[in-house]
Design a protein around this ligand. Structure first.
Ligand SMILES: [Zn+2]
Length: 109
């Protein structure tokens, strides 16, 4: 009976080693310090700020990064935008820019 237990233990050990070997062949195991992960998460928004520029002054439809989508503070009235602030921020790079107005179009024409 003793040798059956030893044989079973050996077989289980070999199967375990095979599973572990296959696991490490298929996957890369990376170990991160929790402190480093937390710091990396906090740095992500700051990275956007590093690339951001202050482009305020000249009204624009497009950011220098090519994006045409901006964060704008707006006021709604009767289901439409009634007014908006001229300061806007690019969604992609975080640069500050000046929103165009119909008055700017008249000046350019
Ligand atoms: Zn941009």
């Amino acid at each position: 009976m003793k040798w059956v237990n030893r044989l079973a233990a050996t077989l289980l050990g070999l199967i375990g080693i095979g599973i572990a070997r296959e696991f490490f062949n298929r996957y890369d195991v990376l170990v991160f310090d929790k402190k480093d992960v937390e710091e990396a998460r906090q740095e992500q928004p700051q990275e956007q700020k590093i690339n951001a520029m202050d482009l305020r002054g000249t009204p624009t439809h497009e950011c220098v990064c090519g994006s045409r989508i901006f964060y704008v503070r707006a006021v709604f009235d009767d289901y439409e935008i009634a007014t908006y602030f001229l300061e806007m921020q690019c969604v992609e790079c975080g640069s500050l820019a000046t929103a165009p107005t119909p008055l700017d179009r008249e000046i350019q024409e």
